[in-house]
Design a protein around this ligand. Structure first.
Ligand code: PAD
Length: 340
């Protein structure tokens, strides 16, 4: 089969012919319908972030497809079933899994990171992890539920805990951030979207932001947010992964408010500890999504409460995966999917 194989930072990705995976006894072999292209892949390709599996490794962690084969002991899934593959697979028995927090599983395996991923024609995954997709949900577009939607769903609902009437500032309106905007608005928040790209800010408006701020055109975003909210936002979400914007998001939060960090950076950030104490601020991280949250999330998509199709702005064949990273870097895409 054809797959996009990562050979290490600096070497990059090559489209190669590799052996088709075989489903183990408790696994299913999924024929990939589409795989979403996430900024996390760019971290491996260009920012020196290592994958857990030593390259060569097939990247891609945001996939949907159709079950082609089932392992001998995989009785819960049928051949021909349309499925979503969560980006992260969990063990089910570590302390975090036992506590219902599978998204921080001690033995997690992420597709296209710990194990071969879905920039490929086929991928083999445990049967217990795949989620059935209703017939009314478009299969290829549904791939982005696996990360671009599920990550902000968990962040907004469980970590940032947005409540109706909350003022919410979202830093970064890319593939993941746009859904933080959409979901925070759906939760009843008054959403202030921040980006440096006017096109992204226009999309943020379409996806539910009440106000937008172009960070490149103001002196301090926090000053603007304080003006708009009468002293600071109840919740700030950082969905970029830049120490400077994490620090600025922190400055936007009102007394008793909450900062939720979704963006990834390996760099340190500098926050004034006294402000955390005096303002009783909460600082939380948010990683991926718990399996139990996928069910209501897919239901919201099925009920058209979440706009899925409009955010897939670009489609590429696997051979043109490189172009998906180009449009991401140019800032002209919201989410690209590759169709093997
Ligand atoms: P993206 O490239 O689609 O979006 C990033 C957005 O940030 C773009 O719209 C940029 O214009 C905007 N931006 C960049 N710099 C600034 C700035 N200084 N001020 C304001 N806006 C800016 O990326 P994405 O949405 O795919 O991913 C965003 C981050 O989320 C990235 O760090 C990724 O690794 C992380 C992520 N985290 C999880 C998780 O589980 N926590 C999951 C998936 C992705």
């Amino acid at each position: 089969m054809k797959a996009a194989v990562f050979h290490g930072s600096g070497v990059g990705l090559r489209i190669e012919e590799v052996p088709r995976p075989v489903a183990g006894p408790r696994e299913v072999l999924v024929k990939v319908a589409a795989c979403g292209v996430c900024h996390t892949d760019l971290h491996y390709l260009e920012h020196g972030v290592p994958t857990f599996k030593k390259p060569p490794v097939i990247l891609g962690h945001e996939a949907s497809g159709v079950v082609e084969e089932i392992g001998a002991e995989a009785s819960t899934v049928k051949v021909g079933q349309r499925v979503l593959i969560p980006a992260v697979l969990t063990c089910g028995y570590c302390p975090a899994c036992r506590a219902g927090r599978e998204n921080i599983c001690a033995n997690m395996t992420m597709l296209g990171n710990h194990i071969d991923g879905a920039y490929a024609e086929y991928v083999a995954v445990p049967a217990k992890d795949v989620l059935p997709l209703p017939a009314s949900v478009p299969l290829a577009e549904a791939s982005i539920i696996a990360d671009a939607l599920s990550t902000p769903f968990h962040a907004v609902k469980n970590r940032a805990r947005v409540q109706p009437g909350d003022t919410v500032v979202v830093f970064g309106c890319g593939g993941v951030g746009i859904n933080a905007v959409q979901l925070a608005a759906l939760a009843g928040g008054y959403v202030i979207a921040v980006d440096i790209n006017e096109r992204k800010l226009a999309w943020a408006k379409e996806f539910g932001a009440a106000v937008t701020i172009n960070a490149a055109k103001v002196d301090r975003v926090s000053k603007e947010v304080k003006k708009l909210t009468g002293g600071g936002a109840d919740v700030a979400l950082e969905v970029i992964g830049n120490p400077k914007t994490i620090e600025e998001a922190f400055e936007c939060v009102r007394v008793g408010g909450r900062l939720c960090v979704v963006g990834y950076t390996h760099e340190a950030v500098s926050l004034v500890a006294g402000k955390i104490m005096f303002k009783e601020l909460e600082i939380v991280g948010s990683l991926g999504c718990r399996p139990l949250d996928y069910v209501p999330l897919i239901r919201l998509v099925e009920q058209s409460k979440i706009d899925l199709s409009r955010q897939v702005t670009h489609r590429f064949p696997l051979q043109e995966l490189g172009k998906a990273f180009e449009v991401m870097k140019e800032g002209v895409s919201l989410r690209s999917i590759v169709i093997p």
